[in-house]
Design a protein around this ligand. Sequence first.
Ligand SMILES: *Cc1c(COP(=O)(O)O)cnc(C)c1O
Length: 439
Amino acid sequence: MTSATTHPETLMLHAGPRNDPVTGSVAVPIHQTTSYQFRDTTHAANLFALKELGNLYTRVMNPTCDALEQKLAALEGGVAAMAVSSGQAASALAVLNICHAGDNIVSSTDVYGGTWNLFAHTLSTLGITVRFVDPVDPEAFRRATDSRTRAYYAETLPNPKLAVFPIGEVASIGRSLGVPLIMDNTAAPVICKPFEHGAAIVVHSTTKYIGGHGTSIGGAIVDGGNFDWEQHADRFPMLNQPDPSYHGAIWTQAAKPLGPIAYILKARVTLQRDLGMSMSPFNAFQFIQGLETLPLRMREHSRNAASVANYLQNHPAVTRVIFPGTHTDAEQRRRTKAYLKGGLGGLVGFELKGGEAAGRHFIDALKLFYHVANIGDARSLAIHPASTTHSQLTEAEQGATGVTPGYVRLSVGIEHIDDILADLTQAFAAVSAGLAAAA
Ligand SMILES: *Cc1c(COP(=O)(O)O)cnc(C)c1O
């Protein structure tokens, strides 16, 4: 790309390779290959020794994935990215890259259910402890930190609470202690830029808004290049001490000629080598198509969701609307304003009078909205968490996560707003008719 634009609309169409250098193809080719012919044995040896960067084997890198990675780095304003097989792979690898047995991280309590399970159960079987703290008080992160704390972890816009995370406050506590903040920005691409507020690493489930069409599972880790791993060498032995799995490479030193990419370089050449959570080139192609229209879609998702929230606030069957724009708490309003720009995202929650029966009836009555566990599709989606995603929890546990029996979560799509509101209206009518009949 020639101009140094920062406009996401332009960046998402132009960042990365302008065309295929061999064929001139403007759309990124799907490089459906496992392997790459080396020029000669010296070339091959240089690639393996990291003296030269280039394609070795698709488990570790692939040109289609590389094109996606360049766009993702541009989207977040980071220095480099690594595509992985799912959002779950992204969060797991983001932590495993700097933690081993005996270490800990401090995580927000308000995280995706899959992340919760990974942190509370699977990482603990590997000897990595996750200390959960409530992001209502950013200082809780400081209090939970000790000399074995390797990272802080949080989501920009966690559902079901849809309370924006205090990114800058927690990032600066971390920076004062030498602890990097990893932000899961899945729910707020384009509208939140965690690196601008001090986060060090961003992870995405590209499955959601980035893909945008519900076709592919994928994830990514983006390195902000803004954290000095060398300055905190005691905290990050995995980046500052010789790596016996790679001829004693010291990643902070090995990365120097390439830029501030020690973290993501190590993730690629050791974790993808060993764990192989790679993205397929075909899925990378799908995510590139998604990224090209992501800024446009986020604008429409945000606009439609704000209209839906407004409609729900005035509806007599609704007792509470949960949306970044409708929080009454002053600190929540401040965080929304400080961290979300150009839109408030596409997620809206609400509570129905009539509890669980009304919530289930409402979902069953929807005709345009799909009933799925996904978010971020161009289509409108709905789910009743109490009877699905959160059904394994007790009612008290559900309450702690922000799920009440009548809670309905909407992922508002980019259909015409009149059609979205018409579907909600007919579903409310069906619920009140059903409840009247049952009474
Ligand atoms: C869906 C999701 C994930 C997990 O992503 P997958 O691609 O489904 O593995 C992680 N974080 C958030 C916020 C998500 O919504």
